[in-house]
Design a protein around this ligand. Structure first.
Ligand code: ZN
Length: 454
């Protein structure tokens, strides 16, 4: 049977032992969980080095002070230690115990303060009194500690020694990039943020699934080229776009992956274009995935789709999430921990991405070579074996394919119209093509993906 495009990424996934794979995904997230990541610094480098053990990842360093569009690469932040000690010298808030305790980008501090002086530098969540919040002060020189509200309320009116042994100096912004060439130069871009400290769903789930996708894609035949970006949120995406502005016309599909490990159903936020191939492929695989799902329209807030879909770029890049950021109480708190993500959910998110890429890889437009009435399928052994037997889904698929393959409808469009799974239609098309009833047209989606005016 002629198969003009390889289904190999999906095949590589289907060959894997799912229990083993889900355990591996979860373990990778667990290994990276304690690292104190931020938008710059050694935490992100250490994280990228772990990813580099699995996939061919290039690590890029952009110097502080570099202008990237309307932004400037900030100073590099690193922290060796940070704590608050009570009057007996006991560490009562300790960065070593949980990286969330220190407000990210806190400037160095070494002083003794009264409780009243300390209070403006403390962050807690009154209605989630056991949880530690996640706070940052990226673009303002400040410092702070995060702690549970219960602990904060119990602090006696006393003197406190505060130490933040951090550095905030000219250095670099670091990001990782893995490019896997396919048989054509048209690209699929997968982007994940890797700049949050000990937060599992928001950052580790996306990077874990993206690294596994890259590992599988690296072992497989590919029509598209795949580019994986492991970057600090916002400033990392802006930096990559500024450095690679001329390359973006090659990006034909893309996904921002985040919050894909929790127990919620899927949410796919469409690209700004709204009807890009990735939008249609994702809507299709979600319809057939057997889990609750919702397709959301584009909005100019969220993750790095904000940058990829800014009007000057308008790239066909959507965002896949399970629970939507900001809508679950655990978001940006210590409750977004390893208990909040689930190995099976990670592997199901991985499977969904692979199914969507399989649609993109194997979508094809054909012409029916026998368009005047139906060709006789029975004499080619492509119809039910005896009269009266129920017509199964595969025969339905052959009839849909024959009817709509007029050179103007791709298999994905036929899948949308018929309600049948893409894979069933692709099998039907392969059989009909092998029987000489269909002729494949050259792939039509090469060329500039961008449409409309900005
Ligand atoms: Zn976040």
């Amino acid at each position: 049977m002629q198969t003009p495009m390889s289904p190999a990424i999906l095949q590589s996934f289907l060959k894997a032992d799912l229990a083993e794979l889900s355990g591996k995904l979860y373990q990778f997230a667990a290994d990276l969980y304690p690292i104190c990541r931020s938008i710059t610094g050694n935490g992100i480098r250490q994280t990228l080095k772990e990813i580099q053990k699995r996939i061919p990842l290039e690590i890029h360093e952009v110097p502080s002070g570099t202008d990237v569009f309307d932004w400037t690469i900030p100073k590099e932040w690193n922290v060796r230690d940070a704590y608050i000690k009570d009057s007996t010298g006991k560490r009562i808030v300790d960065f070593q115990a949980n990286s969330l305790h220190l407000e990210s980008y806190s400037v160095p501090v070494q002083k003794t303060l009264s409780l009243a002086e300390l209070q403006p530098h403390l962050h807690s969540i009154p209605d989630r009194s056991d949880w530690i919040p996640y706070r940052t002060t990226y673009y303002k020189d400040d410092w702070g500690f995060c702690l549970s509200h219960n602990q904060r309320k119990a602090l006696p009116d006393s003197q406190y020694e505060v130490c933040i042994d951090s550095t905030l100096i000219d250095g670099h912004l670091t990001y990782g990039e893995c490019y896997l060439a396919g048989s054509c130069e048209d690209e699929v871009l997968i982007s994940v943020h890797v700049c949050h400290p000990s937060l599992a769903n928001d950052n580790l789930s996306g990077l874990t699934v993206a690294a596994a996708l890259a590992e599988l894609a690296n072992q497989s035949d590919r029509r598209y080229s795949y580019r994986f970006l492991f970057i600090p949120g916002t400033i990392g995406a802006i930096s990559w776009l500024a450095i690679n502005r001329d390359r973006t016309s090659k990006i034909h599909n893309g996904l921002v992956l985040t919050c894909v490990g929790d127990r919620g159903g899927f949410h796919y936020k469409k690209s700004r274009q709204g009807d890009a191939n990735i939008d249609r492929a994702m809507a299709h695989v979600l319809r057939h995935c057997g889990e609750s799902s919702e397709v959301l329209d584009f909005s100019p807030y969220g993750y790095d789709e904000r940058q990829y879909c800014s009007p000057g770029f308008n790239l066909p890049i959507g965002c896949l999430m399970r629970s939507v950021w900001g809508t679950f109480p655990e978001y940006h708190t210590s409750a977004d921990n390893l208990d909040f993500i689930d190995p099976d959910q990670l592997v199901r998110s991985l499977r969904l991405c692979i199914q969507a890429f399989d649609v993109i890889e194997r979508n094809q437009t054909y012409v029916n070579r026998y368009p005047y009435c139906e060709p006789q399928l029975g004499k080619r052994n492509l119809y039910r074996s005896s009269g009266g037997e129920a017509i199964d889904e595969q025969i339905h698929a052959r009839l849909w394919v024959l009817n709509l393959c007029d050179g103007r409808h791709s298999l994905l469009e036929i899948a949308e119209r018929s309600g049948l799974p893409f894979s069933t239609l692709r099998t039907a098309a392969d059989m009909l093509e092998a029987a000489g009833l269909l002729q494949a047209l050259p792939a039509k989606d090469s060329g500039d993906h961008r449409k409309g005016s900005i």
